[in-house]
Design a protein around this ligand. Structure first.
Ligand code: SF4
Length: 392
């Protein structure tokens, strides 16, 4: 029997994501909504963003009373903004929504673009967690990627963040770069071991259509590591991070001492979140929405008091089950069969029995207690496993 749509998505808490689509310079592999040389539009954008935050609360008054327990400033590079602009955004969120007493604020940053006093200012504004887009500490690779920082700036940024009081510090690390070596990955991990970092997000380089990297690869001007070498990089990274005492709690995310990304857990645990800004995504009461990625079309829509939405999808029970399964499988907790039955009014096995048995036989998932979760081999072939839960 289908669960009522409102019951299915009734939730007490939610997260808020704020997208700042500006960067000092565009990295060669990046296909995010992130643009360089738009300084003259910053004020217009902030004005639109503040409007959007308020407008959503006016149009969906039930959102105002939900407890917001995570706020995440992502990008782009949110630290391109002044402290005053960031404060204005936080104030508008506070005036419009209900923040929990322990609401956790995270901000993404690029190491080159901050100094100690700016970080101190962020901490004073209430941020306790900072996520640095380090990628690698190797200067040659950083230059190749067209990143704006170097190794020293990355190390300084992490140390300053800890000195001014950030309790949670994440860095992003990348593998699979052209000319990257296993030794570079090991050196990166050796540097991590000396720094006050308690969270790492790691991912393999993806060649996305339309990026500068895509064109260089297409023209054979750059070659990527072959599959055996990339596999070795993956193993070195995954094993090395865990040897440093980090727990792999999500397929690409590692934490020390339980310092999980509570905001990203909202996505993986199928919770509500509101996304504001160009290219931001929301999931609220069973409806997914995506905003226009481009800064001026986004701002112009809001100027006309319209939401800048380019995609909207009402999630039915079938789709909710599929999403729930593959998102839960990304985490170490996997799919809890009791939670699943309570949520969907049907047992997991009654829908996916043959899929589950097949994946167990292939050593890609394990059934332990009330949970089905990925094996290390399953984590390596995550996309294949997830696709088995989605109706073709
Ligand atoms: S800093 Fe991040 S968001 Fe900005 S261009 Fe580079 S990868 Fe993209």
């Amino acid at each position: 029997m289908d669960t009522n749509h409102n019951d299915l998505f009734a939730q007490r808490d939610m997260g808020i994501y704020v997208h700042i689509p500006f960067c000092k310079q565009k990295c060669m592999y990046c296909d995010f909504p992130a643009y360089q040389n738009l300084e003259e539009y910053y004020d217009t954008y902030i004005y639109a963003l503040l409007q959007e935050i308020s407008m959503f609360g006016d149009s969906y008054p039930q959102a105002r009373t939900k407890l917001v327990d995570t706020i995440y400033f992502g990008g782009g590079t949110p630290t391109e903004l002044s402290l005053l602009q960031i404060e204005q955004i936080i104030d508008t969120i506070q005036r419009t929504y209900t923040l929990s007493n322990d609401c956790r604020l995270t901000i993404e940053s690029n190491p080159e673009e901050i100094d100690k006093s700016y970080l101190k200012g962020l901490h004073t504004l209430g941020f306790s967690r900072v996520s640095f887009g380090v990628q690698t500490f190797n200067d040659t690779s950083l230059m190749f990627l067209h990143r704006s920082h170097n190794r020293k700036a990355a190390i300084d940024a992490v140390q300053w963040a800890a000195e001014v009081g950030f309790t949670d510090i994440n860095i992003d690390l990348i593998y699979g770069l052209p000319k990257q070596t296993i030794d570079e990955i090991k050196e990166n991990l050796a540097i991590v071991s000396t720094l006050p970092i308690n969270h790492i997000s790691t991912y393999g380089l993806q060649v996305e259509r339309g990026t500068r990297l895509y064109h260089l690869v297409a023209k054979d001007l750059i070659s990527l590591p072959d599959e055996p070498l990339e596999d070795k990089m993956y193993e070195t990274m995954m094993q090395g991070i865990q040897e440093l005492g980090f727990e792999r709690y999500e397929i690409s995310n590692f934490a020390k001492g339980g310092a999980y990304s509570t905001h990203n857990l909202k996505y993986w645990q199928y919770c509500d979140y509101l996304g504001f800004g160009a290219g931001a995504h929301s999931f609220f009461e069973g409806v997914r929405r995506a905003n226009n990625r481009n800064v001026m079309p986004y701002a112009r829509k809001i100027d006309c008091f319209e939401f800048p939405i380019v995609e909207e999808e009402i999630i039915d029970q079938q789709r909710a089950i599929e999403d729930y399964c593959f998102l839960a499988l990304r985490t170490k907790w996997g799919i809890n069969t009791i939670t699943f039955s309570e949520k969907f009014n049907v047992t997991l096995e009654s829908i996916y029995d043959s899929t589950l048995q097949d994946l167990i036989e292939k050593n890609l998932i394990l059934h332990e207690g009330n949970s089905y979760h990925l094996t290390p081999e399953g984590a390596k072939h995550g996309n294949y496993v997830f696709s088995q839960f989605i109706e073709g």
